[in-house]
Ligand binder design. Structure first.
Ligand SMILES: *[C@@H]1O[C@H](CO)[C@@H](O)[C@H](O)[C@H]1NC(C)=O
Ligand SMILES: *[C@@H]1O[C@H](CO)[C@@H](O)[C@H](O)[C@H]1NC(C)=O
Ligand SMILES: *[C@@H]1O[C@H](CO)[C@@H](O)[C@H](O)[C@H]1NC(C)=O
Ligand SMILES: *[C@@H]1O[C@H](CO)[C@@H](O)[C@H](O)[C@H]1NC(C)=O
Length: 448
């Protein structure tokens, strides 16, 4: 009994250390509340251990309020910091900021926009070809690096599976329920190339500063391994081949369908720094900002599922663009208790195994549509634009992508080959296409 009590105290102290991580602020306000929370939880758990439940309810109420407030504050501070850092990085890469624009080269139309009286208002939304830092701070953060690390820890080899059930898209995919009650998606594909496409798309999204793809990792089932023992019958029913890698992805609940925004839906598609944006609601703006990342990611991976395939099918069905977008969802509500919070309004991008490999074989058919979509975009997120500039300059995205994957998954990566050199070359070329588009837009809208 004494021993387990001591263990609880130790783990609570570890919690306290985690809460304090990366904080350089005064130890008042939320910080103090967080400390109180830990101390109260400590007292409560020790009491419970000794069989005394007095005051437990009261303690729980106080602690939940304090912690929720603290976490909210911590998230906000992090969002503010990363919006600021991203703009600094983009400026360092020469994007958007002053001096970017060759004198006298701006077409008359762009000059007019710039000298228009409401420049000042527009600056609340757009800063040259970048969404303003002020607006970025109000956009849902997405899956942060910390979220990815925490999720990987929670789903490491020591996590035990309690149940699996049908869900998460294609027929052989499954929803995995862990013993602690949280879920993940297991994406199983017989075709190894599809696993490769999906996992590399995830790591690529991280490298491009795009935080809308749910955390993912490779996993594998070894028969008789403790973590899968409870579900061996269901596994047999799922007809999975064992000892074959599959992708495990974070499960996100509270989702609703997402639609292609009017700016991207019709033949006149255009998402440029324009006064029309001032008529948008806060929610619409928050969503449009995320569409900038979506269009860039889909362009570089060659993904056709969300928009491009619909543009292609419009030849036969005029209304296809009005339907909910495939492989895209929107977080509607805070998820059920027990899972980590994902901010409402976040767009969740699924790759569903098609990017970087099969999609590159389809470019003959689809490139004209990819091109149209990219050319309609003249507003970028600072973090993404800085990453594109960096990879364009270095021309080494294939190397970095492979090393990132190998470092993140020291064992499992050995089961999935590096992207073929030809595909890495296409990826490099497509990053350059995006870079050139940003340059073209900067000439039109860069500050002078
Ligand atoms: C984040 O920025 C907003 C305004 O841009 C500010 O009101 C808020 O206090 C900041 N939050 C934190 C935690 O720094
Ligand atoms: C496991 O999932 C199945 C549905 O796939 C469900 O019928 C069953 O009740 C679940 N078992 C447990 C123990 O939750
Ligand atoms: C893609 O994945 C998401 C999330 O798991 C799922 O909802 C969707 O149905 C999948 N799409 C396909 C085509 O499998
Ligand atoms: C674009 O086209 C759609 C449908 O044709 C139309 O409703 C919309 O007003 C147009 N938008 C602009 C900005 O011209």
């Amino acid at each position: 009994m004494m021993l387990s009590g001591a263990l609880v105290v130790c783990s609570l102290l570890a919690t306290l250390a985690t809460l304090g991580e990366g904080l350089t602020v005064s130890k008042s306000g939320p910080w103090r509340r967080a400390r109180e929370y830990v101390v109260l939880q400590q007292q409560q758990q020790v009491r419970t251990l000794h069989g005394k439940h007095t005051a437990a309810t009261l303690t729980m109420e106080r602690r939940d309020g304090g912690l929720a407030q603290f976490k909210q504050w911590q998230r906000e501070a992090q969002t503010n910091r990363s919006a600021h850092d991203a703009h600094a990085a983009a400026a360092a890469a020469g994007i958007s900021a002053a001096g970017d624009q060759p004198a006298g080269e701006a077409p008359a139309a762009a000059r007019q926009t710039k000298t228009h009286g409401s420049d000042h208002e527009l600056s609340a939304v757009a800063d040259g070809v970048l969404w303003s830092a002020k607006l970025e701070r109000r956009v849902p953060t997405g899956f942060s690096d910390d979220d990815v690390v925490a999720w990987k820890r929670a789903t490491s080899d020591s996590a035990v599976v309690a149940n699996i059930s049908i869900g998460c898209g294609r027929m052989q995919n499954r929803v995995v329920t862990w013993r602690d009650g949280t879920h993940s998606c297991a994406r199983y594909r017989l075709n190894a190339e599809q696993i490769q496409g999906e996992i590399y798309s995830f790591y690529l999204s991280r490298l491009l500063g795009i935080a809308n793809v749910p955390p993912s990792r490779l996993s594998m089932i070894h028969p008789r391994e403790k973590r899968w023992l409870a579900v061996s019958e269901q596994l047999a029913a799922a007809e999975w081949q064992l000892e074959k890698p599959f992708v495990l992805a974070r499960y996100v609940d509270g989702l609703t369908p997402a639609y292609i925004p009017p700016e991207m839906r019709y033949a006149n598609r255009s998402l440029h720094p324009s006064r029309r944006l001032l008529e948008k609601s806060e929610d619409e703006l928050r969503e449009l900002v995320q569409w900038s990342d979506l269009i860039v990611l889909d362009y570089v991976t060659g993904n056709v599922d969300r928009v491009v395939n619909n543009m292609f099918n419009e030849q036969w069905n005029a209304y296809v663009m009005d339907a909910p977008a495939h492989n895209l969802d929107r977080v509607a509500a805070p998820p059920a208790s027990g899972s980590r919070q994902v901010a409402p309004g976040l767009l969740v991008f699924y790759d569903n195994e098609s990017g970087l490999l099969h999609s590159y074989r389809l470019l003959d058919t689809y490139q004209a549509y990819h091109d149209k979509l990219l050319r309609s975009l003249c507003l970028f997120r600072a973090k993404n634009a800085a990453a594109i500039a960096k990879f364009h300059d270095a021309g080494n995205v294939g190397d970095v992508l492979w090393k990132t994957f190998a470092t993140a998954e020291p064992e499992m990566h050995k089961l999935v080959p590096r992207l073929p050199a030809r595909n890495e070359a296409i990826l490099n070329k497509r990053i350059t296409d995006v870079f050139n588009q940003i340059q073209r837009c900067s000439k039109l809208y860069g500050k002078s």
